[in-house]
Design a protein around this ligand. Structure first.
Ligand SMILES: [Cu+2]
Length: 388
Protein backbone atom coordinates (compact mmCIF):
# COMPACT_ATOMS: atom_id res chain seq x y z
CA UNK A 1 0.00 0.00 0.00
CA UNK A 2 2.82 2.35 0.98
CA UNK A 3 4.70 1.50 -2.21
CA UNK A 4 1.58 2.21 -4.31
CA UNK A 5 1.23 5.58 -2.53
CA UNK A 6 4.85 6.53 -3.34
CA UNK A 7 4.40 5.56 -7.01
CA UNK A 8 1.23 7.67 -7.17
CA UNK A 9 2.98 10.76 -5.73
CA UNK A 10 5.94 10.22 -8.11
CA UNK A 11 3.45 9.94 -11.01
CA UNK A 12 1.73 13.22 -10.02
CA UNK A 13 5.10 15.02 -9.70
CA UNK A 14 6.12 13.82 -13.17
CA UNK A 15 2.91 15.11 -14.73
CA UNK A 16 3.07 18.48 -13.00
CA UNK A 17 6.75 19.04 -13.82
CA UNK A 18 5.98 18.26 -17.47
CA UNK A 19 3.12 20.78 -17.20
CA UNK A 20 5.44 23.38 -15.63
CA UNK A 21 8.03 22.78 -18.37
CA UNK A 22 5.35 23.28 -20.99
CA UNK A 23 4.11 26.43 -19.24
CA UNK A 24 7.66 27.83 -18.93
CA UNK A 25 8.28 27.03 -22.60
CA UNK A 26 5.05 28.85 -23.49
CA UNK A 27 5.98 31.94 -21.47
CA UNK A 28 9.51 32.10 -22.89
CA UNK A 29 8.37 31.61 -26.48
CA UNK A 30 8.96 34.77 -28.53
CA UNK A 31 5.61 36.36 -29.33
CA UNK A 32 4.54 37.67 -32.63
CA UNK A 33 3.91 41.43 -32.50
CA UNK A 34 0.46 41.02 -34.03
CA UNK A 35 -0.74 38.65 -31.31
CA UNK A 36 0.88 40.59 -28.48
CA UNK A 37 -1.66 43.38 -28.31
CA UNK A 38 -5.20 43.65 -29.43
CA UNK A 39 -5.40 47.45 -29.32
CA UNK A 40 -2.64 49.94 -29.90
CA UNK A 41 -3.05 51.44 -26.42
CA UNK A 42 -2.16 48.07 -24.85
CA UNK A 43 1.25 48.20 -26.45
CA UNK A 44 3.98 49.43 -24.06
CA UNK A 45 5.39 51.75 -26.72
CA UNK A 46 1.96 53.10 -27.57
CA UNK A 47 2.34 52.25 -31.25
CA UNK A 48 -0.90 52.60 -33.14
CA UNK A 49 -2.41 50.12 -35.51
CA UNK A 50 -1.95 51.18 -39.12
CA UNK A 51 -4.30 53.95 -40.13
CA UNK A 52 -7.07 52.88 -42.49
CA UNK A 53 -6.43 53.73 -46.10
CA UNK A 54 -7.51 57.19 -47.13
CA UNK A 55 -7.55 56.12 -50.75
CA UNK A 56 -10.63 55.69 -52.88
CA UNK A 57 -12.66 58.01 -55.03
CA UNK A 58 -12.34 61.69 -54.24
CA UNK A 59 -14.62 64.61 -54.90
CA UNK A 60 -11.35 66.47 -55.00
CA UNK A 61 -12.35 70.14 -54.74
CA UNK A 62 -11.46 70.91 -51.13
CA UNK A 63 -7.87 71.36 -49.96
CA UNK A 64 -7.13 70.84 -46.25
CA UNK A 65 -3.50 72.05 -45.85
CA UNK A 66 -1.55 69.46 -43.87
CA UNK A 67 -4.42 66.93 -43.80
CA UNK A 68 -5.43 64.43 -46.46
CA UNK A 69 -9.00 63.99 -47.71
CA UNK A 70 -10.87 60.75 -47.12
CA UNK A 71 -11.57 58.65 -50.19
CA UNK A 72 -14.68 56.52 -50.52
CA UNK A 73 -15.95 53.45 -52.30
CA UNK A 74 -19.22 53.32 -54.17
CA UNK A 75 -21.67 50.61 -53.24
CA UNK A 76 -24.83 50.91 -55.33
CA UNK A 77 -26.04 54.46 -54.67
CA UNK A 78 -24.04 54.77 -51.44
CA UNK A 79 -20.68 56.46 -50.74
CA UNK A 80 -18.84 54.29 -48.22
CA UNK A 81 -16.23 55.89 -45.94
CA UNK A 82 -14.12 54.26 -43.21
CA UNK A 83 -13.27 56.16 -40.05
CA UNK A 84 -11.25 54.76 -37.15
CA UNK A 85 -10.87 56.59 -33.84
CA UNK A 86 -7.41 55.75 -32.53
CA UNK A 87 -4.46 57.11 -30.55
CA UNK A 88 -2.19 59.15 -32.79
CA UNK A 89 1.18 60.81 -32.65
CA UNK A 90 2.01 63.87 -34.68
CA UNK A 91 4.36 66.83 -34.72
CA UNK A 92 2.72 70.21 -34.12
CA UNK A 93 5.88 71.91 -35.31
CA UNK A 94 9.29 70.50 -36.14
CA UNK A 95 10.81 73.76 -34.90
CA UNK A 96 12.82 74.06 -38.09
CA UNK A 97 13.17 77.41 -39.71
CA UNK A 98 12.13 76.17 -43.13
CA UNK A 99 9.73 78.96 -43.80
CA UNK A 100 12.04 81.90 -43.79
CA UNK A 101 9.32 84.29 -44.95
CA UNK A 102 6.89 83.11 -42.30
CA UNK A 103 9.44 83.53 -39.51
CA UNK A 104 10.42 86.94 -40.80
CA UNK A 105 6.75 88.04 -40.77
CA UNK A 106 6.29 86.73 -37.24
CA UNK A 107 9.39 88.54 -36.06
CA UNK A 108 8.29 91.83 -37.63
CA UNK A 109 4.61 91.67 -36.80
CA UNK A 110 4.59 89.93 -33.45
CA UNK A 111 8.06 90.63 -32.11
CA UNK A 112 8.94 86.96 -31.64
CA UNK A 113 12.54 85.89 -31.41
CA UNK A 114 14.23 83.40 -33.71
CA UNK A 115 13.87 80.56 -31.27
CA UNK A 116 11.92 77.56 -32.40
CA UNK A 117 10.70 74.67 -30.35
CA UNK A 118 9.85 71.20 -31.56
CA UNK A 119 6.54 70.00 -30.15
CA UNK A 120 5.10 66.52 -30.45
CA UNK A 121 1.51 65.58 -29.72
CA UNK A 122 0.30 62.20 -28.46
CA UNK A 123 -3.46 62.48 -28.70
CA UNK A 124 -6.53 60.87 -30.22
CA UNK A 125 -7.66 61.28 -33.80
CA UNK A 126 -9.41 59.72 -36.75
CA UNK A 127 -7.48 57.68 -39.33
CA UNK A 128 -4.10 58.62 -37.93
CA UNK A 129 -4.35 62.37 -37.47
CA UNK A 130 -6.01 65.22 -35.63
CA UNK A 131 -8.03 66.69 -37.20
CA UNK A 132 -9.14 63.59 -39.05
CA UNK A 133 -9.41 63.55 -42.84
CA UNK A 134 -11.90 65.88 -44.51
CA UNK A 135 -15.10 64.24 -45.79
CA UNK A 136 -16.42 65.83 -48.97
CA UNK A 137 -20.01 65.23 -50.09
CA UNK A 138 -22.67 66.61 -52.40
CA UNK A 139 -26.30 67.30 -51.46
CA UNK A 140 -28.37 64.16 -52.02
CA UNK A 141 -25.47 61.78 -51.30
CA UNK A 142 -26.37 58.66 -49.37
CA UNK A 143 -23.48 58.04 -47.00
CA UNK A 144 -22.29 54.99 -45.07
CA UNK A 145 -19.52 55.54 -42.52
CA UNK A 146 -17.99 52.34 -41.16
CA UNK A 147 -16.73 53.55 -37.80
CA UNK A 148 -14.30 51.53 -35.68
CA UNK A 149 -13.38 52.46 -32.13
CA UNK A 150 -9.73 51.66 -31.34
CA UNK A 151 -9.66 53.95 -28.31
CA UNK A 152 -9.38 52.57 -24.78
CA UNK A 153 -12.88 53.83 -23.94
CA UNK A 154 -16.34 54.12 -25.49
CA UNK A 155 -16.94 56.86 -28.02
CA UNK A 156 -19.37 57.81 -30.77
CA UNK A 157 -19.58 60.31 -33.61
CA UNK A 158 -21.65 63.47 -33.51
CA UNK A 159 -22.40 64.92 -36.95
CA UNK A 160 -22.23 68.63 -36.12
CA UNK A 161 -24.77 70.66 -38.06
CA UNK A 162 -26.08 67.77 -40.13
CA UNK A 163 -29.79 67.11 -39.71
CA UNK A 164 -30.32 63.36 -39.52
CA UNK A 165 -32.71 60.79 -37.98
CA UNK A 166 -32.62 60.54 -34.19
CA UNK A 167 -31.23 57.02 -34.05
CA UNK A 168 -27.96 58.22 -35.51
CA UNK A 169 -27.23 60.39 -32.49
CA UNK A 170 -26.90 57.51 -30.00
CA UNK A 171 -25.88 59.94 -27.25
CA UNK A 172 -29.17 60.15 -25.36
CA UNK A 173 -30.65 56.66 -25.40
CA UNK A 174 -28.17 54.27 -26.95
CA UNK A 175 -24.85 52.93 -25.84
CA UNK A 176 -21.72 54.43 -27.30
CA UNK A 177 -19.44 52.33 -29.48
CA UNK A 178 -17.26 50.20 -27.18
CA UNK A 179 -13.50 49.72 -27.61
CA UNK A 180 -12.92 47.31 -30.49
CA UNK A 181 -16.50 47.65 -31.75
CA UNK A 182 -17.52 48.76 -35.22
CA UNK A 183 -20.70 50.71 -35.85
CA UNK A 184 -22.16 51.69 -39.20
CA UNK A 185 -23.64 55.15 -39.58
CA UNK A 186 -25.88 55.61 -42.60
CA UNK A 187 -27.65 58.78 -43.64
CA UNK A 188 -28.50 61.06 -46.58
CA UNK A 189 -27.26 64.66 -46.66
CA UNK A 190 -29.83 67.29 -47.57
CA UNK A 191 -27.99 70.50 -46.61
CA UNK A 192 -25.02 72.19 -48.29
CA UNK A 193 -22.42 73.76 -46.03
CA UNK A 194 -19.40 73.43 -43.75
CA UNK A 195 -19.94 70.89 -40.97
CA UNK A 196 -17.82 68.86 -38.57
CA UNK A 197 -17.71 65.35 -37.21
CA UNK A 198 -16.48 64.97 -33.65
CA UNK A 199 -16.95 62.83 -30.59
CA UNK A 200 -20.39 62.96 -29.01
CA UNK A 201 -19.25 61.07 -25.92
CA UNK A 202 -17.27 62.44 -22.93
CA UNK A 203 -17.12 65.48 -25.15
CA UNK A 204 -14.94 67.68 -22.97
CA UNK A 205 -12.22 65.04 -22.84
CA UNK A 206 -12.65 63.52 -26.30
CA UNK A 207 -12.84 66.72 -28.27
CA UNK A 208 -9.89 68.23 -26.43
CA UNK A 209 -8.02 65.01 -27.18
CA UNK A 210 -8.34 65.71 -30.90
CA UNK A 211 -11.43 63.79 -32.06
CA UNK A 212 -12.63 66.11 -34.82
CA UNK A 213 -12.72 66.38 -38.60
CA UNK A 214 -14.46 68.48 -41.24
CA UNK A 215 -17.36 67.66 -43.55
CA UNK A 216 -17.99 69.86 -46.56
CA UNK A 217 -21.21 69.33 -48.46
CA UNK A 218 -21.36 70.96 -51.87
CA UNK A 219 -24.69 71.97 -53.40
CA UNK A 220 -25.65 70.00 -56.50
CA UNK A 221 -24.70 73.09 -58.48
CA UNK A 222 -23.04 76.24 -57.16
CA UNK A 223 -24.94 79.35 -58.25
CA UNK A 224 -21.62 81.22 -58.16
CA UNK A 225 -18.81 78.65 -58.25
CA UNK A 226 -15.46 79.50 -56.69
CA UNK A 227 -11.96 78.47 -57.79
CA UNK A 228 -10.59 77.26 -54.48
CA UNK A 229 -12.06 75.63 -51.36
CA UNK A 230 -9.68 75.56 -48.36
CA UNK A 231 -10.62 73.82 -45.09
CA UNK A 232 -9.06 74.93 -41.78
CA UNK A 233 -9.78 73.55 -38.29
CA UNK A 234 -8.72 75.47 -35.17
CA UNK A 235 -7.73 73.59 -32.01
CA UNK A 236 -6.15 74.50 -28.67
CA UNK A 237 -3.95 72.33 -26.46
CA UNK A 238 -2.62 72.44 -22.90
CA UNK A 239 0.82 70.81 -22.96
CA UNK A 240 3.17 70.85 -20.01
CA UNK A 241 6.87 71.45 -20.74
CA UNK A 242 8.50 68.37 -22.29
CA UNK A 243 5.14 66.61 -22.50
CA UNK A 244 3.26 65.59 -25.63
CA UNK A 245 0.08 64.46 -23.86
CA UNK A 246 -2.63 67.13 -23.73
CA UNK A 247 -4.17 68.03 -20.39
CA UNK A 248 -7.87 67.58 -21.14
CA UNK A 249 -9.19 69.23 -17.97
CA UNK A 250 -7.16 72.43 -18.34
CA UNK A 251 -8.81 75.71 -19.27
CA UNK A 252 -5.53 77.48 -20.01
CA UNK A 253 -3.99 76.56 -23.34
CA UNK A 254 -0.48 77.12 -24.64
CA UNK A 255 -0.47 75.50 -28.10
CA UNK A 256 -2.84 76.68 -30.83
CA UNK A 257 -3.11 74.84 -34.12
CA UNK A 258 -4.56 75.09 -37.60
CA UNK A 259 -5.15 71.63 -39.11
CA UNK A 260 -3.05 70.10 -36.33
CA UNK A 261 0.01 72.27 -37.00
CA UNK A 262 1.45 75.28 -35.18
CA UNK A 263 3.62 78.09 -36.58
CA UNK A 264 6.11 78.01 -38.19
CA UNK A 265 4.89 74.69 -39.58
CA UNK A 266 1.42 75.72 -40.82
CA UNK A 267 1.67 75.54 -44.64
CA UNK A 268 1.67 78.86 -46.50
CA UNK A 269 -1.53 79.11 -48.57
CA UNK A 270 -0.70 79.99 -52.18
CA UNK A 271 -3.38 81.58 -54.36
CA UNK A 272 -3.39 83.11 -57.82
CA UNK A 273 -4.49 86.68 -58.46
CA UNK A 274 -8.23 86.97 -59.10
CA UNK A 275 -9.07 83.47 -57.89
CA UNK A 276 -12.40 83.36 -56.07
CA UNK A 277 -11.65 81.64 -52.76
CA UNK A 278 -13.66 80.03 -49.98
CA UNK A 279 -12.16 79.33 -46.57
CA UNK A 280 -14.19 76.71 -44.67
CA UNK A 281 -13.16 77.29 -41.05
CA UNK A 282 -14.21 75.15 -38.08
CA UNK A 283 -13.36 75.54 -34.40
CA UNK A 284 -13.01 72.67 -31.94
CA UNK A 285 -11.95 75.06 -29.18
CA UNK A 286 -13.59 76.36 -26.01
CA UNK A 287 -12.18 79.87 -26.50
CA UNK A 288 -13.01 82.36 -29.25
CA UNK A 289 -10.43 83.10 -31.91
CA UNK A 290 -10.56 86.35 -33.91
CA UNK A 291 -8.85 85.79 -37.27
CA UNK A 292 -7.48 88.35 -39.67
CA UNK A 293 -6.00 88.31 -43.16
CA UNK A 294 -4.01 91.43 -43.99
CA UNK A 295 -4.83 93.20 -47.25
CA UNK A 296 -8.34 91.81 -47.58
CA UNK A 297 -11.93 92.01 -46.51
CA UNK A 298 -14.18 89.00 -46.94
CA UNK A 299 -17.83 88.04 -46.90
CA UNK A 300 -19.24 85.50 -44.45
CA UNK A 301 -21.36 83.28 -46.69
CA UNK A 302 -22.15 80.37 -44.38
CA UNK A 303 -22.27 78.97 -40.86
CA UNK A 304 -22.54 75.45 -39.42
CA UNK A 305 -26.25 75.85 -40.26
CA UNK A 306 -25.51 76.13 -43.99
CA UNK A 307 -25.36 78.99 -46.50
CA UNK A 308 -26.42 82.53 -45.49
CA UNK A 309 -28.82 84.12 -47.97
CA UNK A 310 -27.14 86.85 -49.99
CA UNK A 311 -29.07 89.77 -48.45
CA UNK A 312 -27.95 88.70 -44.94
CA UNK A 313 -24.27 88.03 -45.69
CA UNK A 314 -21.86 90.26 -43.78
CA UNK A 315 -18.55 91.72 -44.86
CA UNK A 316 -15.64 91.96 -42.45
CA UNK A 317 -11.90 91.95 -41.96
CA UNK A 318 -12.01 90.16 -38.60
CA UNK A 319 -13.75 86.85 -38.13
CA UNK A 320 -14.40 85.66 -34.60
CA UNK A 321 -14.56 81.89 -34.49
CA UNK A 322 -16.66 80.93 -31.49
CA UNK A 323 -16.46 77.47 -29.87
CA UNK A 324 -17.81 74.62 -32.02
CA UNK A 325 -18.83 76.87 -34.90
CA UNK A 326 -17.98 76.85 -38.57
CA UNK A 327 -17.82 79.85 -40.85
CA UNK A 328 -17.47 79.90 -44.61
CA UNK A 329 -15.84 83.08 -45.88
CA UNK A 330 -15.39 84.13 -49.46
CA UNK A 331 -13.08 86.66 -51.11
CA UNK A 332 -11.56 87.50 -54.44
CA UNK A 333 -7.74 87.23 -54.36
CA UNK A 334 -7.30 90.57 -56.12
CA UNK A 335 -4.46 91.89 -53.97
CA UNK A 336 -1.10 90.28 -54.83
CA UNK A 337 1.54 89.85 -52.13
CA UNK A 338 2.38 87.72 -49.13
CA UNK A 339 -0.08 88.52 -46.36
CA UNK A 340 -0.15 87.42 -42.70
CA UNK A 341 -3.18 85.31 -41.72
CA UNK A 342 -3.45 84.69 -37.99
CA UNK A 343 -5.43 84.69 -34.76
CA UNK A 344 -5.18 88.23 -33.40
CA UNK A 345 -4.83 87.54 -29.65
CA UNK A 346 -1.19 87.56 -28.76
CA UNK A 347 -0.93 84.16 -27.14
CA UNK A 348 -3.13 82.55 -29.80
CA UNK A 349 -0.78 83.43 -32.64
CA UNK A 350 2.41 83.01 -30.62
CA UNK A 351 1.53 80.21 -28.25
CA UNK A 352 2.68 82.19 -25.23
CA UNK A 353 0.79 83.90 -22.44
CA UNK A 354 1.19 87.66 -22.24
CA UNK A 355 3.41 87.47 -19.13
CA UNK A 356 6.21 85.97 -21.21
CA UNK A 357 8.55 88.76 -22.37
CA UNK A 358 8.48 89.27 -26.14
CA UNK A 359 12.17 88.74 -26.70
CA UNK A 360 12.09 85.21 -25.35
CA UNK A 361 8.80 84.26 -26.99
CA UNK A 362 9.26 81.25 -29.23
CA UNK A 363 7.20 80.65 -32.34
CA UNK A 364 4.06 78.56 -32.19
CA UNK A 365 0.39 79.26 -32.64
CA UNK A 366 -2.14 80.15 -35.30
CA UNK A 367 -0.03 82.11 -37.73
CA UNK A 368 0.63 81.58 -41.42
CA UNK A 369 0.83 83.51 -44.67
CA UNK A 370 -1.43 83.76 -47.69
CA UNK A 371 0.69 84.27 -50.79
CA UNK A 372 -1.20 85.73 -53.75
CA UNK A 373 0.80 85.36 -56.96
CA UNK A 374 0.61 88.30 -59.35
CA UNK A 375 -0.69 87.62 -62.87
CA UNK A 376 1.38 90.33 -64.51
CA UNK A 377 4.47 91.28 -62.50
CA UNK A 378 4.68 94.66 -64.28
CA UNK A 379 1.05 95.67 -63.71
CA UNK A 380 0.62 98.60 -61.27
CA UNK A 381 -1.37 98.06 -58.07
CA UNK A 382 -5.03 98.88 -58.63
CA UNK A 383 -7.91 98.76 -56.19
CA UNK A 384 -10.98 96.98 -57.67
CA UNK A 385 -13.21 99.95 -56.76
CA UNK A 386 -10.87 102.53 -58.33
CA UNK A 387 -12.68 104.56 -60.98
CA UNK A 388 -9.74 106.15 -62.81
CU1 LIG B 1 -20.56 69.68 -32.10
Amino acid sequence: MRKAHTIFIYFILCISSAGYAREIKRIMRPRKESTYHKFCWEHPDGNCTPRPSLKGKQTGIVETPGIEPLGYKVNGNTKVFRLTAQPIKQTLTDGKQNHHKLLHAMKNLLGTKDTTTKQELAAWGYNGSTPGPTIELTVGDHVRVIFKNELPEPTLIHWHGIEHPHELDRSSDRNPVLPGETYIYEFTVHQAGTFMYHSGCSISKHNRSGLVGMIIVHPKKYAEPVDRHIALILQEWALSPKSSIPNTVAHQFNWFTVNGLAAPSIPIITLHEDERVRFHIGSMAINSYPLQLHGYTWTVVGTEGGPIQKSAQIKGATLTMDPHTTRTIEFNAWNPGTWPFYAINRHHCMGSPSEVPLDITPHGGMFTLVKVLKKDPKAPWAHPLATD
